[in-house]
Every structure is written in structure tokens, then in C-alpha cells.
Design a binder for this molecule. Sequence first.
Ligand SMILES: [Zn+2]
Length: 480
Amino acid sequence: MSTIYDKYEIVMGLETHVRVKSNTKMFCSCANALELASEPNQNVCPICMGFPWMLPVLSEWVVDLAVRASNALRSEVQEKSIFDRKSYFYPDLPMGYQVTQMYHPITIGGEVRTLIHGEEKKFRIHHMHIENDAGKLIHVSGKTLCDYNRAGSPLMEIVTEPDFRSKEDVIGYLEELQKLMRWCGASDADMEKWQLRCDVNISVRLKWETNFRTRVELKNINSFSSIGRAIDNEFERQIELYEAGQAPDQETRWWNDEKGYSTPLRSKEDAMDYRYFPEPDLPPVIISKAYIEERAIKELPIDRRSKYINTYNLWADDARILSSDRVISDFYEKLVERTNDPKKSCSYITTILFSIFEASPEPMGIADCKADAGEFAKVIQMVNNDELSSTNSKIVIEKLVFEWGDANSLVDTLGLRQKNDTEALQKIVEKVIAENPNQVNEYKSGKVNLFGFFVWQCMKASNGQGNPKIFTELIKNIIG
Ligand SMILES: [Zn+2]
């Protein structure tokens, strides 16, 4: 059944603020409290409080991480970028202006590629600039309290082209952006901790139209789960206006996720004049080509994900898991490099290692493993060379997780090296067959399921060290 909504399409562009994971604030040495500080106004100083005569100094850490982020976005870092003052009065802004980059941002262009329903999609980046954050206002019983712990914290604002046509596009982009920021170390980009905030510019048009119609900016979208609701609501609101012979105003609206609707915040007419002008207290930021290249990122998570699916033939889900986190992905790359066995390396991580981590009382991951990737790779190689059974390999893996060790000597110390000596194994098989005449008769009269019983008895008799493949052959030779 078609509805009035079907003939329209949605067009969106995003402005995303990502908090830079530097130890200090942008222009002073106050702690950049990534987590909320225990007390309000703990991390403040005369610089971030905007006292007279105080001079800001740009943190190199912020530049470093912004360049890494830019490389992850495949964006072009500018040799010269310039700070501007954006003046406005608001109690959360002690300096009376925000330091941002209005005309000469640190980086221009770029893209984020991601898989949406198994297909690669590309969203273009217009530019990214760096700026400082404002403080936080807390409203209690008719009064307003100011907390400036966040004031002066570094932010990257990433502005896209209007390339989004569905909420799946937006969510896919944001998830990939989050991955990229973590991958390059620029930010943890956790939406719940306000390290990633997103404003969506939304317009609608008839599906065959090529021009853009009036756009509305939607603010206060604070979680992945609220994005879809906010977009659906605005899409329907604008269509209903057009269908009623009206048009949406160009305005900024505030999304109220609890109530499920947005309210106007300010219209184009009351847009503020921010009196932008070059920041006189800060020199231009000059970045050399060498500095950018030192922070280059060769393979992005999406490249690895595609490689895992197309070259290594992994399941899409495994490829997603192994490429979502850099520590896991680098570990996997090392295993494959040494074992040349992408599938088994994958299953040793996703089944054996992950279940060890899950069973641990303390939260843990690859980074907490005592032995390095090379030792884990040796275990996989021993299994592939029939020197270690896959059952026993789990024991060795567990040891390598919790105790430092050399895989080879561990296998010997634990007496787990698999015996491939056919003569010795033949004796075990003969003994097992001789000791179980009833089972042999039952097997011969058609109870073929009993074959596993003999293999298991032989494994037991060899203390788990006999090679089950050889046992299988030998048993077949005797009882058929
Ligand atoms: Zn400060």
C-alpha cells in the first residue's frame, strides 16, 4: 500500500562533534576530563576561565590526534590553518567567545566508507575543524549552576556533504566514524559519554527532484537508538507540511527523545551574528608533510573487513568482529602472517580466546594476554602439523593467556605433544579392540555409531596424545 510518504526522499548531512582524547584541554594544562570529574569546577584555570591577560597555548597533542583523525578520514590536512573567534554571550562560555576555525579548517575533503546491508557505501566529508568546548549548565529548583570542567576541552567538528538518504546510512556512517576514531586513537567516541554528538540537517524532496529544498537542523540527538526516531519524525513532519500546501521554515529544532517530537530552537531570522574574526592570541597552525606522513594509516577497518570477506573467505559476521577493534585486528593479522591459515586463526580468536575472556571474572581482552601473538600462532601451526590435538590446544591457549610462556616447551611440559608413531598407536588399537569384544560384535552387526567409542577409548589409552586421524585409520583396518 503506498502512502503520501512514498513519493518523497530524505536528504541529510551531518555535523558531528568528536571529543579529542588528549590529556590536557586545548589551550591550557588543565586535565581534559574525558570521564566526568568527581566535583564540578575541578579542572579549571585562569586560561580556560577567560581571565583577562591570559594567553592560550595550543596543545600539540590535539594537533597530533586531529592529524591522525584526518588521515583516518582520508582528508587532506592543510599546511596552514587559522583560528577564529566566534563571539556570543552565554553563561557556559566564560571567555565570551569560542575559538574555532571558520575560514581555514585544519583539514578539507575526505570520506567514510562503510558496509550497509553488505554493500560498500561512501559518504563524503566536506571538512573538519578543531575548536574548544563550552561548559555545562545544570538547572536545579529554579536556579542554574555552571560547571566549567568541560570548558576548553578540544573538539573536532566533522561536517559531511548531504550524502545520506536513510537512517541506516546515518547510523552506518556514525558507527564507522566511531570505529575510525578509536582505530587512530583520536577519541573513544562514546555517545553515552558525550564524546560523540551529532546534529542532522534534514530536507525532503520528491524522488525525481534534483534541487535541495529547505533544510532543518536537528540538535540534541544523544544516542544511537534515538537517531532513527528523530529522523523518522522530521521526515514525516516536513512531508505533512508540504502535503498541506505549506513549507518547513529554515530553522534549528531541538529533539525531545522522551516525548518523541522536536520543538523550534531558533529560526534563520534570529540567527546570531557571531562577529567572526581571526584569533589574535594564536598564530596559524603550520603542519609539515612529514608530520602528516608519520601519522599515516595504511589499512582502515573497512579495508581489513573487505579483505577478510573477499580474500580470506570469512563469514561476514566474523569479518566485522575481527575488523572492528584495532588490537583484535592487529593480533589476527599477526596470526595469519605466521600460520597462513586465515580460517583457523579466526576461529581461535572468536571461539577459543573469546570464551576464555568471557569466563574470566575480570573483564579482559587480547591486550591482557600474557604471551604475544607469535606463541598463539605456534599453537595453531602445531595443530596443523598434527603435533597437537585441537582439544589439547585449548589447554595450551589458556596457559598462554594467563601465564607467559613458550608454546613449544609448554606442549612438552604438559605432555601434550601428539604421537604420530603408527607402530605405538597400532598396539593401543589392538589392546582396545581386544578389551571390548561385545562392542566389536555390535559394531559388526550394524551399530556403526560405535566407531566413535573405539576412537575415544584409544585417545583415552594414549592420554589424549595419540593422533585421532591415525587411530581412525588403524581401527578401520581391523574392524572394517
Ligand atoms: Zn584550564
